[in-house]
Design a protein around this ligand. Structure first.
Ligand SMILES: Cc1cc2nc3c(=O)[nH]c(=O)nc-3n(C[C@H](O)[C@H](O)[C@H](O)COP(=O)(O)OP(=O)(O)OC[C@H]3O[C@@H](n4cnc5c(N)ncnc54)[C@H](O)[C@@H]3O)c2cc1C
Length: 412
């Protein structure tokens, strides 16, 4: 049986991995040369701790307040776009306590499965995976209380989450001066070096016979009744039994070629990497109030954050990066960063669904099309689980995780 995967980000590569493992002949086609995508410059965190989706109570009001601050970590670009408007309405409708409660279990199950699968993959090639957890740092009382309650919820769901005061966190980071009230240590989490992961996966897949078509953008999808008979990518005709759409933030335009309408809004984020840092954190950090993340990876330190929701735009907004740079010494007074050169700033587009949950499953109107995307800020973490689930669906097997919450047809 033959499968074509459209998009070679972490979701496409992992789908190819598990399809290949279960006997499928796989071709991956991508519009780029596969040297960069959202899956490369991210913060590399594997996050069972993140069982709250982006669409959660409080985020809408906070987002509106932040829209007037050019250095803020969350921003919706005001645009006269019907797509943004309808995405925004769905987002607002989803940002409620019931949705958060219903999403927690499926998100946690997916993340825990993915972490296990990453541990398996780490036995095959090295991508600098370390299982030290992550530290969620807070500076103000209100956030400390929120984080305390979240940690209690995490513990009730079986996660090892420890609420630490400043002195206890200092023991975990003895080399760094702290200016915080405390942190929650989510010991279940892990981290890796995404660039090594992506490069290694491509090498391994090639060695297993998976074919790559670089610089072959999907142009046309031909259907006969409810089946795709052929796609044209980079001028090349490709026929297969199964097609997997894993085109990240470009899912809406690629799915439209098959007559489908699945909402995604790109959420642009920035990162920069210090190659030989003088001071290094031992454990990845999330600075709660600033919404900045820092990950020590492969002897480097990567700093990142911000979420600019709006259409894809290839311009660096230096003010947002300045927001990241300036927030770090508020938590770690010794870690004074210089503003990186513009050429050293990476950005990527998180594929954000309006309810903050991924799309994993068969399209209801095209029989041989699987949709895999919309993982927003957790795509790296959820990659292997998504790939495994895609292969289980392709093979007609029961799935390791209940996929009801991730139905790709839920907005149609
Ligand atoms: C600053 C930042 C930090 C992050 N940190 C983390 C983290 O710590 N942990 C975590 O889990 N997640 C993190 N994320 C999110 C994560 O990076 C994404 O969720 C993930 O990379 C999405 O993977 P993807 O494969 O769906 O999309 P992508 O990586 O964008 O891949 C999609 C691919 O589809 C291709 N494509 C698009 N259109 C076409 C077409 N027409 N034809 C052929 N190919 C096409 C693209 O070229 C691309 O290669 C972060 C994101 C950002 C921006």
């Amino acid at each position: 049986m033959k499968a074509v995967v459209i998009g070679g980000g972490i979701i496409g590569l992992c789908s190819a991995w598990y399809l290949n493992q279960t006997g499928w002949d796989v071709i991956i086609t991508d519009k780029t040369d596969l040297s960069d995508s959202c899956s490369y410059g991210n913060l590399g965190m594997i996050v069972p701790s993140h069982f709250v989706p982006l669409a959660a109570p409080g985020i809408v009001g906070q987002g509106i307040r932040w829209m007037f601050n050019s250095k803020s970590p969350f921003y919706v670009k005001p645009e006269l776009s019907p797509k943004l408007f309808s995405w925004g309405l769905r987002f607002i409708r989803s940002a409620n306590a019931r949705h958060v409660a219903e999403s927690a279990k499926p998100l946690l199950e997916m993340n825990l499965l993915s972490k296990l699968l990453y541990e398996e993959l780490a036995g095959k090639f090295d991508f600098f995976m370390e299982s030290k957890g992550i530290l969620m740092y807070f500076k103000n009382e209100a956030v400390a209380e929120e984080e305390f309650h979240l940690a209690e919820k995490a513990r009730a769901m079986g996660l090892d989450a420890v609420y630490l005061n400043k002195e206890s966190v200092q023991l975990l980071e003895p080399g760094i001066q702290l200016d915080v009230l405390g942190a929650v240590h989510y010991k279940s989490d892990a981290h890796l070096y995404p660039n090594a992961l992506m490069k290694g996966l491509i090498q391994q897949l090639k060695a297993k016979g998976v074919q790559f078509l670089k610089n072959h953008a999907l142009q046309t999808i031909n259907r006969k009744k409810n089946r795709i008979t052929e796609i044209i990518a980079g001028g090349k005709s490709l026929q297969a039994d199964l097609f997997v759409m894993a085109s990240g933030s470009w899912l809406p335009e690629t799915l439209k070629l098959a007559g489908l309408n699945i909402p995604i809004m790109p959420g642009k984020g920035y990162s920069f990497t210090i190659e030989q840092p003088v001071q290094k954190l031992q454990i990845p950090a999330i600075l709660c109030e600033a919404r900045v993340a820092i990950t020590p990876m492969n002897n480097k330190m990567r700093y990142g954050g911000t979420m600019e929701l709006g259409t894809v735009q290839n311009k660096v907004n230096l003010n947002r990066v300045r927001g990241i740079v300036e927030s770090v010494p508020n938590y770690f007074p010794d870690l004074k960063l210089d503003m990186p050169n513009e050429k050293d700033i990476w950005y990527g587009f998180r594929p954000c669904s309006p309810d903050g949950l991924p799309y994993i499953g068969f399209s209801s109107s095209v029989d041989n099309l699987l949709v895999a995307g919309g993982h927003a800020m957790m795509g790296l973490s959820l990659g292997p689980a998504t790939g495994k689930l895609i292969a289980e669906l392709a093979n007609g097997n029961s799935t390791s995780v209940n996929l009801t919450a991730f139905d790709p047809n839920r907005f149609s």
